[in-house]
Design a protein around this ligand. Structure first.
Ligand SMILES: [Zn+2]
Length: 315
């Protein structure tokens, strides 16, 4: 039996059961009052127009489904199809385009496009501990690689020879935990990069970068800063290199070029969240497609996308 032939991808009732099991491991919780004790399930009934997965809270008397307060809320699409989309996005290393989703799921392109962004939102990891820290012990920090890459076109900037007209992405990799974290930056001036490094890398970490000017000063904020000079043909000096983060960029860039092709700057952070998520839950770390999908589903709670995004035409 293939993964996609499992019932939660085909049957709406099974889809609700699946999502409830994932999001309510302790049993249903009322999103209105937080109550858990007196919740009853209301049987779906098409004729009486009772929705699938409906629950009623005995404390506040309000009704809800497991979709309330998640990125799936207000989506006009059966849940089992959305679960298929989550699985496809989680199991395709370089992503899956909205056009492909539109064909596979047999929904309108616009619907597929918006759904993909909902799922990226679920993949976005919020409020995280700084990289390279070992329980705040000074001198015990790990190694963090930092590097940047350039992609597409910065809105309103004329094309030039160097990278100034391109959108800029700064990524950090923690060598110990093998996790990546990426942000879109407007430029690479020290004033722009400094607060990002300060917020995301522990002071006791060792920072590994190339010789780019913005790092030279900024590296002083950390216990150690090692530079490889690409200009002098040096890429690896013992353990000093930025090959890990460059490896991440190669997957990201191949995905963005091959699958997504166009991406407006206003959406770039969501694509990065998608690539970061897959990288941080990759097979090498012992996480298979099924578990990755499960982790993405756990991220659907408490995130929403506005209608404004649905109407925006940028891809
Ligand atoms: Zn309640």
């Amino acid at each position: 039996m293939s993964v996609l032939s499992q019932p939660q991808f085909h049957c709406e009732e099974a889809a609700f059961d699946w999502l409830e099991k994932t999001l309510w491991p302790q049993g249903p919780a009322c999103p209105h009052c937080g109550g858990m004790g007196r919740i009853g399930k209301i049987k779906a009934n098409k004729e009486a127009r009772v929705r699938m997965g409906l629950h009623k809270c005995g404390d506040c008397k309000k009704q809800f489904t497991v979709k309330v307060g998640t990125v799936f809320e207000h989506a006009r699409m059966p849940l089992h199809k959305m679960l298929q989309a989550v699985h496809l996005m989680c199991s395709s290393k370089k992503g899956i385009s909205a056009h492909q989703l539109h064909r596979v799921l047999e929904v309108q392109y616009k619907t597929a496009w918006f759904l993909a962004h909902r799922i990226r939102e679920a993949m976005r990891e919020g409020a995280l501990a700084p990289f390279g820290g070992v329980d705040g012990m000074p001198g015990a920090g790990g190694i963090v690689e930092a590097d940047e890459t350039f992609i597409g076109r910065e809105p309103g900037k004329p094309k030039k020879r160097a990278y100034h007209h391109k959108m800029k992405v700064l990524s950090l990799v923690d060598r110990e935990t093998k996790q990546v974290r990426s942000v879109v930056v407007d430029d690479l001036k020290p004033d722009t990069v400094k607060p990002i490094l300060a917020a995301n890398i522990a002071k006791e970490a060792s920072l590994f970068t190339d010789e780019a000017g913005h790092y030279v000063k900024l590296g002083k904020g950390f216990i150690d800063h090692q530079i490889t000079s690409h200009r002098q043909g040096e890429y690896v000096r013992g353990i000093v290199h930025t090959n890990t983060v460059e490896g991440y960029f190669s997957v990201f860039k191949r995905g963005m070029k091959g699958v997504y092709q166009h991406c407006g700057k206003q959406h770039l952070h969501r694509y990065l969240a998608e690539f970061d998520f897959r990288y941080n839950h990759r097979v090498k770390l012992g996480i298979g497609d099924v578990e990755r999908t499960d982790r993405a589903l756990k991220g659907v709670v408490g995130k929403r996308l506005t209608y404004r995004l649905a109407r925006s035409d940028a891809i």
